[in-house]
Ligand binder design. Structure first.
Ligand code: P1T
Length: 379
């Protein structure tokens, strides 16, 4: 099956009970047993639920993996990956990443004796210098949130395999429509399914996808033992979202390009971060590992003017000022005070997350209306 068919049919079959084409919402916590252990594959919905199983099969299929796991949020999915580790283990993470991931690493897992190195991975060979005997996990996002840096997944996988370290890729910004990290050598793909996978800003969810059975079993154990699962209603919504992932992403990419090209020529805008520009430092890698450049665009105002930036986000009318991304509607965010506020100012400014940075999640509205909105807001 090609990708555009997998989004609709991947891992799906009519429901066993009545042939329902769409997986029913099995809104139940438990399942009748004829005798202890005499059940039809489901005994308690933390361990497994048929609606969630349908979603997990879809996750596995669209990411070219063998096993999918659904969680109650993206952070819950990351939390499960980190629980593969033991005190004393080390992680090498990209230094430009979602603020909540950084907060989970530094305030929760560091306390349990796991050491994190935050490293610029624009040149993947930088990773190698931080590897020790204790390094067990490489964590990367590409494109990164919010600076749109591109990391060479294939090159990172060569390093991870050489040293027998797990490579996990947060594929939230790209989605499997644009890049499939398992095919490039990653061991684990993670999603905040809250974003493009769900696609309609109506749920919070996380996903993990792997190829290896042993790794999947360890993660399923953590999923059940720690219990950060998502419910059947949200599983249904995510499955519904996935069916249009390919058509939504195509339009997100078209509109993202139009917005990036409008902004880059605007006299009041200083820098525009979008991997589709030939001037983007890793444009050649983006072209190689992605099918297009996505719908996320970040920019700064001339002279890094904070007041101007705040005025712009307040003036927007079609774009909504809000946390999150990846929905059909366009959103604007101010990372320094919103999504990345949990990263100390000196740390975030090192990667370019300055006070005038605005991040746009370009939706699938009419391109002309989006450009007109930016025009009136920037002035
Ligand atoms: O919000 P949650 O579903 O728990 O996912 C966390 C997460 C993980 N990884 C990336 C790349 C993310 O962007 C996020 C969540 N990000 C936002 C809420 C945001 O506005 O950037």
């Amino acid at each position: 099956m090609k990708f555009n068919t997998k989004t609709i049919h991947g891992g799906q079959k009519p429901d066993d009970a009545f042939g329902s084409v769409i997986p029913p919402i099995y809104q139940t916590s438990t399942y009748a047993q004829s005798t202890p252990g005499g059940h039809k594959g489901y005994e308690y919905s933390r361990s497994a639920n048929p609606t969630r199983t349908a979603l997990e099969k879809s996750f596995a299929c669209i990411e070219n993996g063998n096993y999918g796991l659904a969680f109650g949020s993206g952070l819950a999915a990351i939390d499960a990956v980190l629980k593969l580790l033991e005190p004393g283990d080390e992680v090498i993470s990209t230094n430009d990443l979602y603020g909540g991931s950084y907060r989970l690493f530094t305030t929760i897992f560091q306390k349990f004796g796991i050491k994190f190195n935050f490293v610029g991975m624009g040149n993947a060979s930088n990773i190698e210098g931080f590897i020790t005997d204790s390094t067990k996990l490489i964590w990367l996002e590409t494109p990164t949130n919010p600076m749109m840096n591109i990391i060479d997944i294939k090159a990172a996988a060569v390093i991870s395999k050489k040293y027998n370290i797990l490579l996990a890729v947060d594929n939230t910004f790209a989605t499997p429509y644009l890049q499939q990290p398992l095919d490039l050598g990653a061991d684990i793909v993670m999603h905040s399914a809250t974003k493009y996978i769900g696609g309609h800003s109506d749920l919070v969810m996380g996903a993990l996808i792997v190829k290896d059975k042993d790794l999947a079993d360890r993660l399923y154990f953590i999923q059940n033992a720690s219990g950060a699962i998502c419910g059947p209603q949200d599983s249904f919504l995510a499955l519904r979202g996935i069916k249009t992932l390919h058509v939504r992403m195509q339009r997100h990419c078209e509109n993202g390009k139009a917005v990036a090209e409008y902004l880059v020529n605007h006299p009041k805008i200083e820098n525009v971060y979008w991997p589709g520009f030939e001037s983007h430092p890793n444009h050649h890698i983006a072209k190689e590992q992605m099918n297009d450049f996505g719908g996320m665009v970040s920019f700064t105002t001339k002279g890094n003017n904070y007041e101007e930036a705040i005025k712009i986000v307040e003036n927007l009318k079609v774009f909504t000022l809000a946390e999150s991304l990846g929905g059909v509607e366009s959103l604007a965010g101010h990372p320094a005070s919103m999504t990345h506020a949990s990263i100390p100012k000196e740390e975030r400014e090192k990667t370019g997350v300055v006070d005038s940075l605005i991040r746009l999640s370009v939706g699938i509205e009419d391109e002309d209306d989006l450009i007109a909105d930016l025009k009136q807001a920037i002035g």
